[in-house]
Design a binder for this molecule. Structure first.
Ligand SMILES: [Fe+2]
Ligand SMILES: [Fe+2]
Length: 326
């Protein structure tokens, strides 16, 4: 299986490896299907930009580091219900959110690495919710190295899921981070730490952030993690950057938006090249990334011409020089 941009799709060579949903979250095209060109146009009109496909060069690649579709969609549904409750001034479905918090903490705990599914693989109306889920996933992946308690991990996940909830408040006249905080701090089941994660998710350590222009230590460590997760998912999902470019982009924010220490943690915890990525190596040969085992930044690759598999972790002179998109 691999993730491709929709314009790389070739019906003669590829089948869908994960379903595509319409805006009502009904399955539009199921796993195993070939997409007819007229359908492909329809997906383009829905602005769906990525697909998971199965093809000859990606055989055996499983992408277990991505949360499976039902789990992701269930979390997205819970967020959708949450936003609707806020928009309609109803009670927050807190049980539903708490259930997702537990699920997401478990999902991240059981994996060495987490890859995000770009929200642009969904119809537009679901992306805001999928964004919140992605921010929670990547933040948990960073936080699990900090040795914090299970309770704090859950508070972080809750804060990440609700970090943009201020956007759902109708009479919103202030920055959404502040209005989200004002809303969340009145909810008994949401801890003050979770509310602060939402409050501080647009702050930057150099004081250039919003809404308060906090600096360095004034920003809670877990809120900084959420802020980084937020920027990373925007890079992947909204700006369509491949993971290695999103990583470079994050690195340019060292000492301005994020501490060098946090970026170091990010590099340690998030891979630049995900399985299924077609690459050219510095020996000129084309290959596909197959799996990530010990070293997140040095994956296994399989040559396209010989099918020989090599661990870049064991071949220190071999480097990825280019990502191929066709
Ligand atoms: Fe935000
Ligand atoms: Fe956000």
């Amino acid at each position: 299986m691999r993730l491709i941009s929709i314009d790389e799709y070739n019906p003669k060579l590829m089948q869908l490896a994960r379903p595509i949903y319409d805006k009502h979250r009904r399955v539009l095209l199921g796993t195993g299907r070939t997409i007819h060109p007229t359908y492909l146009e329809k997906l383009g009109a829905l602005d769906i930009r990525y697909l998971f496909v199965e093809d000859a060069i990606s055989f055996g690649i499983t992408m277990e580091e991505m949360v499976d579709t039902p789990t992701w969609m269930e979390a997205i549904d819970a967020l959708k219900n949450t936003y609707r409750a806020v928009e309609e001034n109803q009670k927050l479905p807190i049980r539903e959110i708490q259930k997702q918090v537990v699920t997401l903490v478990d999902e991240v705990a059981k994996r060495k690495a987490i890859f995000l599914v770009p929200t642009s693989s969904l119809t537009e109306n679901l992306r805001e919710y999928a964004h919140a889920v992605n921010v929670a996933l990547i933040s948990l992946q960073l936080a699990k190295k900090l040795g914090i308690s299970q309770k704090q991990l859950r508070e972080l996940a809750m804060g990440c899921l609700l970090h943009d909830i201020g956007k759902a408040i109708k009479e919103e006249t202030q920055h959404h981070a502040r209005s989200g905080f004002e809303y969340l701090r009145k909810i008994r089941e949401v801890s003050l730490l979770s509310a602060h994660v939402a409050y501080q998710h647009h702050e930057a350590i150099d004081g250039s952030g919003k809404p308060r222009g906090l600096e360095e230590k004034e920003i809670h460590e877990l809120a900084q993690i959420c802020a980084l997760g937020n920027v990373y998912d925007h890079a992947i999902s909204n700006n369509g950057l491949p993971p290695h470019e999103a990583m470079e982009y994050i690195m340019t924010k060292s000492d301005t938006w994020f501490t060098a220490e946090l970026i170091g943690l990010f590099v340690q915890q998030v891979p630049s090249y995900i399985p299924g990525t077609k690459v050219r190596l510095n020996n000129g040969r084309k290959a596909i990334v197959t799996k990530i085992l010990r070293n997140l930044q040095r994956p296994y690759i399989r040559y396209l011409d010989s099918e020989e598999e090599v661990s870049l972790g064991d071949c220190h002179t071999l480097l990825i020089s280019e990502v191929l998109t066709s």
